[in-house]
Ligand binder design. Structure first.
Ligand code: C2O
Ligand code: CU
Length: 540
């Protein structure tokens, strides 16, 4: 039987010390990370979110499709106005036809640094046999601790523009703790395990600004799923995770009984000016059978100066068996979007560093200020957004090593791309910079997408589509656009409403690296956008 879960959440301040920095931060019910939500596929969540701290807030259910519940999706000024201090909003939605590892997080400014937690959906059907017999499931949330409240950090970051600073001055955390390699951090979190068993790790990268490698000392990882979709299993030593991605891995406790650290370190993409591996966040697996005097083994991480481990990983990704979604061959909307950073409003006064902005299709997305796009769309209000988001860049003659002058003067605008219900949409994202900058984790709200192709250099529309995997491509809701390269994704526009697409690096998102799709209603009753189930926060 399906259940309805009623939760009462207060977004309120709490004080924690991590890596010797004592900071008062916004949390869900005083916890960092927030409480784990565990439900069954088919269940309904009714979560009342009350704002008891100074920053306006909204909540997003990352990876949940929100079919016909667009008003519960959460991105500020996209599907709702923010909940002001003292206010509340009830998010109500049913999780149908999807299961796996998800998370929730605040979707405004940089509040998600500490306002986030695991959202686990157990499948209605049994797990595929590839999971085997699982002794225990362990959710692991990768987070980051700033020396100051994240929203203050955001302000100084946006004002001073230090492109890599946000990535370097943070302390990584596992379930809220940096572990033994950091000062002022008590011993490691210890997870007791038994030998010769299988543990399912549900790993979530909720970090704001860094991608990470995950690894377990002396143990191999069997990858079985990601972003709420099963994968054809494969075994690896190091697991890459971009912000916004989740991965399910099996760990077999087949080593000598002992103590084994596991954890994360910065990677996998070499960021300009960043030295390879810094200090990892660690936790520990301790075999029940281990001697108490055993000294813990520390995991290794790949060297960041080469992309090879990441590319090898991506090449292994295949959907498990039959995909949960259909993969239509006919493409109705064939789109090419450039993605990167550029200077806006500069007009020949370079370097003009104060005005660097994030862009998709050379446009810096401007949030509407006193409404949301969904409310404007539903009410037919004029003048809030334009529907002329371009399908293609003016040219793909890019110089990736020295950004094309075209990419030096973008525009700011609020433009959306309209879709018809039932469209198959294919997008090639072309990263406009060469290797050495970053993979942009593009995240699409309201849908999963197939990753049908990926390559380096400039996308060649005559040649590259021949290499697409249209048979068993993996499905994700967040995937990296490789630095110096491109990725091709495909999704089915079967979810009427307003859906944000953005880079899941928070600093890029706050620079405007986002855009919006609006899928029109279909003909059938079940193909229509429904109104809000609960009174929306007032727009001010
Ligand atoms: Cu996880 Cu739009 O976000
Ligand atoms: Cu980005």
């Amino acid at each position: 039987a399906w259940k309805t879960h009623y939760l009462d959440w207060e977004i309120k301040n709490a004080t924690f010390t991590r890596n010797c920095h004592t900071v008062t931060v916004a949390t869900v019910n005083g916890k960092f990370p927030g409480p784990t939500v565990e439900i069954n596929e088919g269940d309904t969540l009714v979560i009342k979110v009350t704002n008891k701290q100074i920053y306006p807030v909204t909540m997003h259910w990352h990876g949940i499709r929100q079919f016909q519940t667009n008003y519960a999706d959460g991105p500020a000024h996209i599907t709702q106005c923010p909940i002001q201090t003292g206010g509340s909003y009830i998010y109500e939605f049913t999780v149908n036809a999807q299961s796996g590892t998800f998370f929730y997080h605040a979707h405004i400014d940089w509040l998600r640094a500490t306002v986030h937690g695991a959202l686990i959906v157990h499948p209605r059907k049994k797990l595929p046999p590839t999971y085997g017999k699982i002794e225990r499931e362990i959710p692991i949330i990768i987070g980051e601790w700033f020396g100051i409240a994240a929203n203050e950090y955001e302000k100084s970051f946006l004002n001073t523009f230090l492109p890599n600073e946000a990535a370097t001055t943070v302390t990584p955390t596992l379930n809220g703790f940096p572990g033994p390699k950091y000062n002022c951090s008590k011993g490691a979190q210890v997870f007791k395990v038994e030998k010769k068993k299988t543990y399912l790790l549900r790993i979530i990268n909720a970090a704001l600004n860094n991608d990470y490698w995950f690894s377990v000392a002396n143990h191999q990882l069997t990858v079985v799923g990601a972003d709420g979709n099963y994968l054809k299993p494969f075994t690896i030593t190091y697991l890459p995770l971009l912000p916004g991605q989740t991965t399910d891995v099996l760990v077999h406790t087949n080593q000598k009984p002992g103590k084994y650290y596991f954890g994360v370190n910065v990677g996998p993409v070499p960021l300009v000016g960043l030295p390879p591996p810094r200090i990892p966040a660690l936790a520990m697996f301790e075999y029940e059978e281990a001697r108490s005097s055993a000294s813990p083994v520390t995991p290794r991480f790949p060297n960041n100066v080469t992309l090879r481990p990441l590319d090898q990983y991506v090449k292994k990704l295949r959907a498990y068996g039959e995909s949960t979604m259909t993969l239509p061959r006919k493409v109705h909307k064939d789109l090419v979007y450039t993605i990167g950073t550029a200077w806006v409003d500069c007009i020949a006064s370079e370097p003009c560093v104060q005005k660097i902005m994030g862009q998709i299709q050379n446009i810096t997305f401007q949030d509407p200020q006193h409404t949301s796009i969904l409310q404007a769309y539903a009410s037919g209000a004029n003048g809030v957004y334009k529907t002329n988001f371009p399908d293609h860049p003016p040219s793909l003659k890019l110089n990736l090593t020295a950004p094309d002058p075209h990419y030096r003067n973008g525009t700011r605008d609020t433009r959306v791309k309209m879709l018809n219900f039932g469209d198959t949409v294919r997008i090639v994202f072309q990263n406009v910079f060469a290797a050495g900058i970053l993979d942009h984790p593009v995240h699409l709200h309201g849908h999963d997408f197939y990753v049908v192709g990926r390559g380096y250099g400039i996308f060649d529309p005559a040649k590259d589509p021949k290499s697409y995997n249209l048979r068993n491509p993996p499905a994700y809701n967040t995937f990296g656009v490789p630095n110096g390269g491109w990725v091709a994704i495909q999704f089915f526009a079967n979810n009427p409403g307003v859906w944000l697409l953005h880079c899941h690096f928070e600093r890029h998102k706050s620079w405007g690296m986002e855009m919006v799709f609006i899928t029109k209603n279909g003909r059938g009753k079940s193909q229509r956008l429904l109104g809000p189930k609960h009174p929306l926060p007032k727009c001010t």
